[in-house]
Design a protein around this ligand. Structure first.
Ligand code: CDP
Ligand code: MG
Length: 825
């Protein structure tokens, strides 16, 4: 063991030398060109211009003059015809009526909690009220307001909206910053950013110097980053008594947040929405001319039928209705009848989404209902894609002169995103297929009809088996109400819940916070990098603390990969990992890719794993898509297939044929572009860590030794490893914790009859019904030996090696069998 540790120390030593050379660790700042062509730096975006001044008096004069200019500009806009019109519009929002009360509360209290109906004007108005009151008080040039959003799409769309409400371009007094993109100018005083960006800022500036107001929006969503930020801010408040913290939430759970901040003042903004008529599955089916009634009987096939149609479907359009009814019955039967429990709701059958039912309802609304956009809440990106394809094939819904069919999800490109807010031409009906992102973060104004499938994809975490799960699960009552509310923004609306009322009655009141349902490795690393002391002690101060076992698993993982030492202190590797905004395993790959001079393909792999899977598998073309992916595979690796796909795209893109290439190969052009930008971002971050030569303009020397890349992947993904057990015709896979595991069908390895390697390293394992592995690469014994991490009780193999003169002796110990193998090179 002692020897092993010595050898393991190599990487740490290497990194230490690098960092010593740089005299102290480099900070996380970096500069790069953003997509709009202007230069942005992470620090620069928050930079306080006053720090540039040498004399305090001169500085004060400059600030005073600039504040006056800001005030004059604001007054001029408000007196212009467009400005007056816009002000009129803003005044009609419920938040405006509370303006004075809100500003008084904010000036008198360090922490204020604001709750209000979605659409009442919290996000667009409250940060603006603060900015305007500061400008009026001639403090415009000294204030600095940061408003965090849980998603990049909302940070971007809200900042654009606020800038236009102020008659400005983005980047003047209002800006935004999200990963890869940002827009901020010298006079930007209100910055919308993602929560992750503010956390990164805290890494280099623990006291948020110069910031006057922090607004944390959408706290009711209870995202992990937001919960984490709240603990950090709670600690910061006593150190910065003049800092104001404003928490904004859509729903009514404000008491919880108030008591967390020592009974902070709560202000409720009463909202206004038009009445929304609610239809549950039973009512929806009446449109088809059928009636769904409870019915308890065993059918001819021995299946329990719980619902039946008491009225025959009308003869007319019978075949169409038959499939709709079948969908509905499937859904209803699955959902059952009578009192539901959380357990019975948990057994999900993905067939029950009822695409036919949705198609039928959409046609029905388009043909016979009043004008107004339709918003359809789906489970996730895959469903949206499949449904979109199905609807495109429909003669009415696929006719672009009558229907504008759009998708809305979290990682949408900004150009695509704008379309959902645009009003369509007269006579064209807008249909938006959305994930739960359209529930609270995004307001599409003209929605009159909402279809709610009742589920959302949610990650959960099984701490006992240390396995993340991704299951479409039932939403909470609060979410269902939010979805319904989306229909009544501009006129009375209709909401169709595609599940029976009894299912709704059994929904949980609120959703479980993310911190309680996801693995905590990245969070633990962040806690350490911010020097926040003991991980478990810190997390015990959270709004709701995660399970001890989940925390221990995360710490153990970080120790296994060498990011924490025995005493839970950050190692040199750990410190480097905190500078890279990716999961620790991907960060490790980048670092070792840089060390071994094979960064180019590694950049592609890490970028590819950080974006939505670029390999698309459309619902009805699954086989074709999988065959297309396997063209890129020659070596039992999804990761290397990705590298080849990207390289092909890059060549095609040079001839302006990128889209064609993606279309032919079932690749997402959007993901390819995102990979391209992320590669640049990661490269510039690595340059700042001093592991890549600062003068290098190309991405490291090109060294595409396939075995080396495979080994680097192994280094990053260890201990995500399973053994390949060959039997006569095929093979099976086993991990220590889960026993038999399966590959996702779109993995290139799933199409192989045999894998001539003993191990597969994988990126992710997810429990759906069985445990599935996503993105795997086959590795040999020697790769595992040299790059497979360290001694660990939980790992399949442990390795130690001794060096005798010019001979290396490896000991391999299989934890399952206890067998030891000896190998000399
Ligand atoms: O944050 P909250 O849900 O309370 O509302 P908001 O996002 O501030 O939106 C207030 C109003 O601004 C909405 O009702 C929309 O009418 C309008 N809005 C818009 O037109 N375009 C946007 N991109 C955002 C908001
Ligand atoms: Mg909002």
């Amino acid at each position: 063991l002692g020897l092993l540790r010595r050898v393991e120390g190599y990487l740490g030593e290497f990194l230490s030398q690098k960092s010593r050379r740089k005299e102290g660790l480099p900070d996380a700042s970096f500069s790069r060109s953003n997509s709009s062509g202007s230069i942005a730096t992470d620090e620069g975006l928050f930079e306080q211009p006053e720090s540039l001044a040498s004399s305090k008096v001169v500085m004060e004069k400059i600030l005073w003059r600039r504040s006056l200019q800001l005030r004059d500009k604001q007054q001029a806009w408000q007196e212009s015809p467009e400005g007056r019109k816009m002000l009129e519009l803003r005044r009609s929002l419920p938040a405006y009526k509370e303006k004075d009360a809100l500003l008084t509360a904010i000036s008198r209290n360090q922490v204020v909690i604001i709750s209000g109906e979605t659409g009442c004007g919290k996000t667009t108005q409250i940060p603006q009220f603060i900015l305007e009151s500061e400008i009026e008080a001639v403090r415009g040039a000294v204030c600095s307001i940061i408003c965090t959003q849980p998603r990049r799409i909302s940070a971007m769309s809200v900042s654009e909206r606020v800038a236009s409400e102020r008659g400005e371009n983005l980047g003047e007094s209002v800006g935004y910053k999200v990963r890869l993109e940002g827009m901020k100018g010298r006079d930007t005083r209100l910055l919308f950013c993602t929560t992750g960006i503010l956390l990164r800022r805290l890494l280099v500036d623990r006291n948020l110097k110069g910031v006057t107001h922090v607004i944390v929006d959408e706290i009711h969503e209870r995202g992990m980053n937001e919960d984490f930020l709240l603990i950090v801010l709670k600690d910061l408040l006593p150190r910065r008594p003049e800092l104001r913290l404003i928490l904004m939430s859509a729903t009514l759970d404000s008491e919880l947040f108030s008591s967390y901040f020592g009974r902070a003042q709560i202000i409720h903004v009463p909202g206004f929405t038009y009445p929304v008529r609610t239809h549950f599955l039973e009512d929806v089916l009446e449109i088809t001319g059928c009636r769904l009634t409870p019915y308890n009987q065993i059918d001819d096939y021995g299946q329990e039928k719980m619902w039946k149609m008491s009225k025959q479907a009308p003869r007319k359009r019978k075949s169409q209705i038959a499939s709709v009814v079948e969908d509905a019955l499937k859904a209803a039967d699955f959902n059952g009848y009578g009192p539901q429990t959380q357990e019975s709701l948990a057994c999900w059958n993905p067939d029950c989404i009822g695409f036919n039912l949705i198609e039928y309802l959409l046609c029905n609304i388009c043909e016979s209902e009043r004008p107004g956009a339709i918003l359809v809440f789906m489970t996730g990106w895959d469903d949206i894609n499949s449904l979109k394809e199905k609807l495109h094939a429909n003669p009415l819904l696929g006719d672009s002169s009558r229907v504008l069919l759009l998708a809305c999800h979290g990682s949408m490109a900004s150009s695509e995103q704008r379309l959902i807010f645009d009003e369509p031409e007269d006579g064209v009906r807008k249909i938006v297929l959305a994930t739960n992102i359209a529930e609270t973060s995004i307001t599409i104004n003209d929605v009159v009809f909402v279809l709610d499938c009742g589920k959302a994809k949610e990650t959960s975490y099984d701490a006992l088996n240390n396995t993340p799960c991704l299951l479409p699960s039932w939403i909470s009552k609060v979410s269902a109400q939010q979805r319904r509310g989306r229909a009544g923004r501009v006129q009375p609306g209709e909401c169709y819940h595609l599940y029976p009322r009894c299912v709704y009655d059994a929904f949980a009141e609120y959703q479980l916070p993310e911190i309680l349902r996801t693995p905590l490795q990245s969070l633990c690393l962040q806690i350490k990098s911010l020097n926040l002391g003991s991980i478990s002690e810190f997390l015990s101060r959270a709004l709701q603390s995660p399970e001890l076992l989940a925390v221990q698993n995360a710490i153990e993982y970080l120790k296994i990969i060498g990011a924490l030492d025995e005493n839970e202190n950050l190692t040199v590797l750990g410190r480097y990992l905190t500078m890279l905004p990716v999961e620790p395993k991907l960060g490790k790959m980048l670092l070792v890719g840089a060390i071994f001079n094979c960064l180019d393909p590694v950049l592609t792999i890490v970028s590819g794993l950080s974006v939505r899977d670029p390999f698309l598998t459309p619902f009805d073309k699954k086989d074709l898509a999988e065959a297309a992916k396997s063209q890129f595979s020659r070596d039992y690796s999804d990761h290397l297939a990705l590298v080849r796909a990207y390289e092909g795209w890059k060549v095609a893109e040079r001839d302006f044929a990128g889209y064609d290439y993606c279309w032919k190969n079932f690749l997402s052009a959007q993901s390819m572009k995102a990979i391209d930008s992320l590669r640049k971002e990661f490269f510039s971050l690595l340059r700042d860590t001093d592991l890549v030569d600062a003068n290098t303009t190309t991405h490291n020397a090109w060294s595409y030794d396939e075995h080396l890349i495979r080994a680097v992947i192994c280094y990053g993904l260890y201990p995500g490893i399973c053994s390949v057990v060959h039997n006569e015709k095929s093979f099976s896979l086993k991990t220590m914790e889960d026993g038999q595991v399966l590959l996702y069908s779109n993995s290139v390895n799933a199409r192989e009859p045999k894998i001539p390697y003993p191990w597969l390293v994988f990126n992710e394992k997810i429990k759906v019904n069985s445990v599935f592995l996503r993105d795997s690469t086959a590795v040999s014994d020697s790769m595992l030996l040299l790059f497979g991490g360290s001694f660990s009780k939980g790992a399949v193999v442990s390795i130690s090696f001794l060096v005798f003169a010019d001979c290396v002796v490896f000991f391999i110990w299989d934890c399952r069998s206890g067998h030891t193998a000896l190998l000399c090179c």
